[in-house]
Write a protein that binds this ligand. Structure first.
Ligand SMILES: Cc1cc2nc3c(=O)[nH]c(=O)nc-3n(C[C@H](O)[C@H](O)[C@H](O)COP(=O)(O)OP(=O)(O)OC[C@H]3O[C@@H](n4cnc5c(N)ncnc54)[C@H](O)[C@@H]3O)c2cc1C
Length: 419
């Protein structure tokens, strides 16, 4: 220790991703002293979940923030579809939902996090520590009582009545308290890349293109295609390297012929972003004085792009359950009971488990269903008319199971909105 000041807060949230940023905002507006710790110096990381689902838009609406989020650059996606052998089939249709926001909003995750933390910063009891990385927890009498973190070369201690671990799929916080997730088997990894989009390109929304066992995902981001290709788990990336960049570009063009004129933008196999697809879950999300939420509690596969939404839903459930105990703790010194932490896990376990089951089933269906043979680029052919199923899938992807409503009250008046 550098002898740095030992600081104190009521709730310390580790990790400024969607789960951490949202729970910090909700706690701050309810009057809880909250410190949010983020190891990076900014939120600018490419190839992250950029989807804001209807359930999250509803949460923002309940916070009177939906309109302001929509003022930021975004795209609206009304459906997800699949193109196989030149025929398009709708997988999920959000436009049929009788809700205020019947679409997925695509917005850079950094922009979303910047927005949420900017809102939290309007409350005087919110503190954001960037460039600050947890490296251990503080324990007193077997209970977590805060964290140790590094800020540059300096070491600090932050005492807290509750630590919320929202530090993602490789959570150091959960490891520090001996919680380890159980991995569920998945068969794929994913490589991600961008290709520029032209005005006369097809309108795709979010589309999976399948052919000969290969899967290309395209997400229309206005000026570019956010793209991914599924590869077999394990040695898939090695096989890509062995085959070389030309073979990879050929695969992309076979799946989406309209990209032939710009596939050269993928410079090399090394320029692809590799995503180790995981599905895992903690058996227990808490120890005395500490709760784990978001990807740190349950890593989601990219299917349906639901990880951000689940992280936000965890945050809402956490605030709904813990605001009162945290305020009692802050005002009267009563510790947050473990039963309250267990209640958060009980509330979120079913939605998480169900979606993970569906994701793993979908991964099996997609790959097994891919037919051999060239796929002509007649992708705007009539859909197979599975409207009912697409509507149902739209609801499941948009809202998951048991969507949360913000119940924690705002007791503080925020300062002026950030410019
Ligand atoms: C390549 C990729 C593409 C994805 N695409 C989608 C998609 O399209 N839609 C979707 O919904 N989901 C997608 N996901 C998943 C989604 O991003 C996650 O499910 C979601 O971000 C989880 O939110 P979280 O807040 O739990 O964790 P994270 O977003 O992982 O946030 C954790 C935060 O903790 C910080 N942190 C980590 N360790 C420490 C530490 N020791 N100290 C301090 N801070 C720390 C990290 O820097 C990070 O900011 C994708 C994920 C990846 C990797």
């Amino acid at each position: 220790m550098s002898g740095a000041e030992s600081e104190a807060t009521t709730a310390c949230v580790v990790g400024g991703g969607p789960a951490g940023a949202m729970v910090a905002l909700l706690l701050a507006r309810a009057g809880v002293d909250v410190t949010l710790l983020e190891r990076h110096g900014d939120f600018l990381r490419d190839f992250r979940g950029d989807t804001v689902h209807p359930a999250t838009l509803d949460v923002l609406d309940q916070l009177e923030l939906a309109e302001r989020l929509h003022a930021r650059p975004h795209q609206k996606i009304g459906s997800m579809s699949m193109i196989r052998a030149g025929r398009r089939r709708e997988l999920a249709d959000f436009r049929r939902l009788k809700v205020k926001f019947p679409y997925i909003t695509m917005i850079g995750q950094w922009d979303f996090l910047d927005f949420i933390t900017g809102e939290a910063a309007r409350y005087p009891n919110f503190r954001l520590l960037m460039n600050s990385s947890l490296h251990d927890v503080l324990r007193v009498d077997g209970r977590v009582r805060g964290i140790r973190y590094r800020h540059g070369d300096e070491h600090h201690e932050l005492r807290a009545e509750l630590v919320i671990a929202a530090d993602g799929r490789r959570s150091a916080t959960r490891a520090a308290v001996g919680l380890h997730p159980r991995a569920k088997g998945v068969s794929i990894d994913v490589v991600l890349f961008r290709l520029s989009r032209r005005d006369d390109d097809p309108t795709e929304g979010i589309t999976l293109r399948l052919d000969g066992g290969d899967v290309l995902g395209l997400i229309d981001r206005g000026s570019y295609w956010q793209s991914f290709v599924e590869i077999p788990k394990g040695d898939g990336i090695r096989a890509l390297r062995a085959a070389g960049i030309e073979a990879f570009r050929d695969t992309v063009v076979r799946l989406a012929p309209f990209l032939a004129d710009r596939v050269g933008e993928i410079e090399s196999i090394d320029a692809l972003n590799f995503l180790d697809v995981r599905v895992d879950r903690l058996r227990r999300w808490h120890v005395p004085g500490l709760l784990v939420i978001g990807d740190a509690a349950h890593c989601m596969s990219p299917v349906g792009g639901v990880g951000v939404n689940l992280a936000v839903q965890d945050a809402v459930a956490t605030a709904n359950t813990l605001v009162e105990p945290l305020l009692r703790c802050q005002d009267e010194g009563l510790p947050v009971p473990r039963s309250a932490l267990a209640a958060v896990q009980r509330r979120r376990r079913l939605p998480t488990t169900t979606i993970q089951l569906l994701q793993r089933a979908a991964l099996r269906v997609d790959l097994n269903g891919a037919t051999a043979g060239p796929g002509p680029d007649t992708d705007d052919g009539a859909g197979a008319g599975t409207g009912l199923v697409a509507g149902l899938m739209g609801r499941v992807i948009a809202y998951g199971i048991r969507p949360e409503r913000v119940r924690s009250r705002r007791i503080l008046t925020p300062g002026r909105p950030p410019m």
